[in-house]
Design a protein around this ligand. Structure first.
Ligand SMILES: [Zn+2]
Length: 139
């Protein structure tokens, strides 16, 4: 690839005169146009990729919402981002369930969110807040 800065410096310094100077200026212009075209091509490709990525993200988001809707069935209620199993006698089990795969969530440390071992989901509330969160479930 032609070094445009060197070429421009040469032209500006007056190192070339007459037809040589015009030839150099022409080469400079051609190279600039070539690079402009390359930039436009790359910009189009980038815009296409962004569009594809956005569409893909939207599809993933829609799929997640569908999954969540399927998971929240009659025997579970979603509260605080997790599922709680309805008990036959009324109320909800104090054991929160993963909203992604329905595995029971476990305590790693009291000051950390509860974790789903199979899918690595982590609750937004701390394990130590579980009893409080459970008590907030609307009946
Ligand atoms: Zn899970």
């Amino acid at each position: 690839m032609v070094d445009l800065i060197k070429l421009l410096t040469d032209i500006a310094s007056g190192a070339f005169t007459g037809p040589i100077s015009r030839e150099r200026a022409k080469l400079f212009k051609q190279q600039l146009e070539l690079r402009d075209e390359t930039i436009r091509t790359l910009e189009r490709k980038l815009a296409d990729e962004v569009k594809k990525r956005t569409a893909s993200d939207n599809r993933a988001y829609a799929a997640e919402e569908q999954l969540a809707a399927v998971l929240v069935t009659e025997d579970h209620l979603e509260h605080a981002g997790v599922l709680w199993k309805r008990l036959d006698g009324g109320g909800y089990s104090p054991q929160p369930v993963c909203p992604m795969c329905r595995a029971p969530l476990s305590v790693i440390m009291p000051n950390f969110g509860m974790r789903c071992a199979p899918c690595k989901f982590i609750t937004t509330f701390k394990a130590s807040e579980r009893i409080h969160v459970h008590a907030e479930i609307p009946s």
